[in-house]
Design a binder for this molecule. Structure first.
Ligand SMILES: Nc1nc2c(c(=O)[nH]1)N[C@H]1C(S)=C(S)[C@@H](COP(=O)(O)OP(=O)(O)OC[C@H]3O[C@@H](n4cnc5c(=O)[nH]c(N)nc54)[C@H](O)[C@@H]3O)O[C@H]1N2
Ligand SMILES: Nc1nc2c(c(=O)[nH]1)N[C@H]1C(S)=C(S)[C@@H](COP(=O)(O)OP(=O)(O)OC[C@H]3O[C@@H](n4cnc5c(=O)[nH]c(N)nc54)[C@H](O)[C@@H]3O)O[C@H]1N2
Ligand SMILES: [Mo]
Length: 704
């Protein structure tokens, strides 16, 4: 989403800078943008399909590779049913409009219910809360960071992540501006992060404590009669149910579970309610924990009961040039929940997907519906999902696996075929997802910088072709399938986006020369256009039946009632530590460590530990330690840090390279270890099935 200016001479990139004329990012850029050059030029990046053979990997032509993939997938489906082929879609799908739109087409052709994605290790709880409260999984409230007077950040570190479900290029400047205009920034995180260092107040919360903190804040607001819905009162149901549900969450009762003083919680609740405007914002740290579903819901509730939902300075719903929310509605994807349970563990589906924490057991467990083949698209679940080591072993047992990916990495090394798409600089870019999550309405279309080499294929072309061949191989040729695909092929992703934009909220609609945004006009404004600040849009944009907010959906209230039982649970009593993750500016989940400029310098895959905890264990900084959880153990260098809350240790995710069969020369030289060889696939948010990465019990000892 950050505008970048790339200078090219004789077909080679000479510089990548932030684009000062971008109305949204105004010159801001992070190291990952500069590394686009490295990815593009990386000799390890695959440029032709490859096949795994008993004598190693060998290149194959597209026709042969796609034909073989389709036939083998069809054979598995014909022999064992459609659900025997699973799909995993990774995070970059959301950043790649071609893969996003045409991925839908492949899913349709495949007709398998065995669908997985990075959603269930990430924002699923937030989507669930939006689905149940507002009627649409993508109607996600975004903090109005540029106008708010009070920002409460829970489980997010925007200074490293750039703002997530709060697209905010140059977020540091925006947070400093908030404070400069007299606003307050409060950060709750078990680690005093880069973002916490900027804050007026830092709350060293215990891992998994957020639902309890939020429940207690709400308790205070109801008890002290500080609840003010304002205009939301006209279309909100369930206020009294919430008031009842938080009755047992007195600040004193949650103090042990949150690690925060009752007085601190009371004062925070009052400050939040009294601020002229306020926004509560929770992100990965809040989602990926045992009460992630409840906590994500309570973030929204706090915004509603203080009148801060859908108002300037609070949280609002973006309305970009392509309205992803309306589009998803039109294609029947408002979302649904618990329409079925997973075969082995009985976890609920969400919008047609199973929690990825169940993928390994679905591959390992025999019986009807067993997963025997897998398609991965832009994902690296061996490093990114809980107990990745188990999945690593399970993938080796698949009858067939095909990966659409740029690299032969920890996951795709198990594929029989890898189909590599063009690089990010060889295809155009329009951000379908992240404009819809941005703190301001803007639009930008970036043409492809380089012409792709003749033999290269875009993600969308690979997905379309695979879908077509699969249908033919499995069911024989059909006229309907051929027609649909002919239409999609001739439109291409740009044609589809062009239509969505023309008929979108800022488009001219049917008037050929009417005012408004079209893709053609956007092409002439490469720096992007500003469409103004977020604006109130409720109740009009609600998708619930009566266009009313459901503040107290039954499933979420039940989840909160279950959390009450945990209030008295003793934790960490046996001397074990609680493990959390972290993100850094120079990593992008698991897949950019093959860029020299992003990995050079000191070892970053260290275990952070509070000095008191280190001292008690007789450990010193720099020493190698063994970290062990229920599922496995890894060794890392210890880094003693005052930033850690006592009792909590942190390891970044996305490392653990250096595995046999991968072709990542740079990453493999600085492999680190995988946090997800410690996280536990059995620890999930019991409500949503999302992975609960936060607070895994671990023991830390000196290595032999
Ligand atoms: N540089 C960089 N940027 C990225 C990414 C990247 O890998 N690198 N990844 C991108 C992706 S996919 C995403 S989803 C976003 C994520 O964006 P963020 O959510 O901002 O990401 P994190 O930095 O992981 O922040 C999560 C914070 O939660 C804290 N935390 C852990 N457990 C708990 C808990 O129980 N309660 C509370 N209150 N806090 C807790 C962690 O210490 C951490 O500081 O970032 C995106 N941006
Ligand atoms: N413990 C712990 N685990 C976590 C997290 C955490 O905070 N803690 N964060 C979680 C989160 S928020 C996320 S989103 C997931 C990410 O999980 P994944 O999406 O599974 O993993 P990534 O590391 O993002 O891997 C992306 C893959 O896509 C490939 N790729 C990149 N661009 C393209 C493209 O344009 N097309 C194609 N076809 N391939 C491409 C890369 O080579 C790489 O293999 O990790 C999760 N895992
Ligand atoms: Mo993510």
């Amino acid at each position: 989403m950050c505008g970048i200016a790339i200078e090219v001479e004789d077909g080679r990139i000479v510089s990548i800078r932030g684009d000062r004329d971008d109305p949204f990012s105004r010159g801001h850029v992070c190291p990952k943008a500069v590394a686009l050059k490295d990815v593009h030029e990386d000799p390890d990046r695959l440029r032709r399909p490859v096949r795994r053979t008993s004598r190693g990997w060998s290149e194959v032509g597209w026709d042969e590779a796609l034909g073989e993939a389709a036939e083998r997938l069809a054979a598995v489906q014909n022999a064992h049913g459609k659900n025997a082929v699973a799909v995993y879609q990774g995070n970059p799908v959301a950043h790649n409009h071609g893969a996003l739109i045409f991925g839908q087409l492949l899913l349709r052709s495949l007709g398998s219910r065995s669908r997985y994605s990075a959603t269930s290790v990430d924002q699923l709880p937030q989507m669930l809360a939006s689905l149940l409260m507002f009627g649409h999984q993508l109607l996600l409230p975004i903090p109005d960071i540029d106008r708010t007077e009070f920002l409460l950040v829970l489980g997010a570190n925007p200074l490293a992540s750039n703002g997530s479900i709060m697209t905010a290029p140059g977020v540091e400047k925006r947070l400093k501006a908030l404070r400069a205009r007299g606003g307050r920034l409060v950060v709750a995180d078990p680690r005093r992060t880069e973002t916490a260092a900027l804050a007026d107040q830092y709350l060293p919360i215990r891992p998994g404590g957020d639902a309890f903190l939020l429940g207690a804040m709400l308790h205070v607001l109801f008890a002290e009669e500080r609840v003010r819905l304002g205009r939301l009162a006209g279309f909100t149901d369930g206020l009294h149910v919430v008031a009842d549900a938080v009755r047992s969450f007195a600040p004193e009762a949650v103090s042990a579970r949150t690690g925060l003083e009752a007085a601190t919680i009371r004062a925070l609740a009052r400050d939040f309610a009294c601020a002229p405007s306020a926004a509560a914002y929770g992100r990965v740290g809040v989602c990926a924990q045992e009460y992630g579903g409840v906590a994500s819901w309570l973030v929204n509730v706090l915004n509603v009961v203080t009148g801060n939902l859908d108002r300037p300075g609070g949280v609002m719903f973006p309305r970009p040039a392509v309205d992803a929310v309306a589009f998803a509605d039109r294609i029947g994807q408002r979302g649904h929940f618990d329409k079925g349970r997973s075969r082995v563990r009985g976890l609920p589906e969400f919008s047609g997907e199973w929690p990825v924490a169940t993928l390994a057991e679905e591959i390992e467990t025999p019986g009807p519906g067993q997963v025997r083949a897998l398609i991965t698209s832009a994902g690296n679940p061996v490093l990114s999902t809980p107990n990745g080591a188990r999945l690593d072993r399970a993938l080796a047992r698949l009858e067939f696996m095909v990966s659409i990916d740029l690299y032969r990495n920890e996951t795709t090394r198990h594929a029989h075929l890898i189909l590599p798409p063009t690089s990010g600089l060889e295809r155009p870019h329009y951000d379908l997802v992240f404009h819809a999550l941005a703190v301001r309405n803007t639009a930008k279309y970036s043409p492809a910088l380089f012409e792709p080499p003749p033999a290269a294929r875009h993600d969308w072309e690979i997905l379309l072709d695979l879908a077509a061949r699969l249908e033919v191989a499995r069911d024989g040729p059909s006229l309907k399938g051929r027609l649909t695909r002919a239409v999609f092929r001739s439109l291409g992703p740009e044609g589809i986006i062009g239509l969505l934009m023309r008929f979108g909220p800022h488009g001219p609609g049917l008037l050929p020369f009417g005012r408004g945004i079209t893709l053609g006009r956007l092409r002439k404004r490469p720096h992007g256009v500003d469409l103004g600040p977020l604006e109130p849009s409720l109740p009009g944009r609600l998708y619930t039946r009566a266009k009313r907010i459901d503040l107290a959906p039954a499933r979420l209230v039940e989840g909160l009632q279950r959390a009450v039982l945990a209030l008295s649970e003793a934790r960490g009593a046996n001397g074990s530590l609680e493990l959390i993750g972290r993100r850094e500016l120079r990593s992008n989940n698991s897949w950019m460590h093959n860029c020299e400029r992003l990995v050079k310098g000191r070892d970053r895959c260290t275990l952070l530990m509070n000095p008191g905890d280190a001292q008690r264990r007789g450990l010193a900084g720099g020493q190698r330690v063994r970290v062990a959880s229920r599922v496995g153990s890894v060794e890392a260098a210890l880094e003693v840090s005052e930033a850690m809350r006592p009792g909590v240790v942190s390891l970044p995710h996305g490392w653990g390279h250096g595995r046999e069969g991968t072709s990542l020369q740079v990453a493999n030289a600085v492999p680190g270890v995988s946090l997800n060889d410690l996280t536990d696939e059995l620890r999930v948010d019991s409500l949503s099935g999302n992975a609960a990465f936060s607070g895994v019990p671990v023991d830390v000892t000196a290595t032999g």
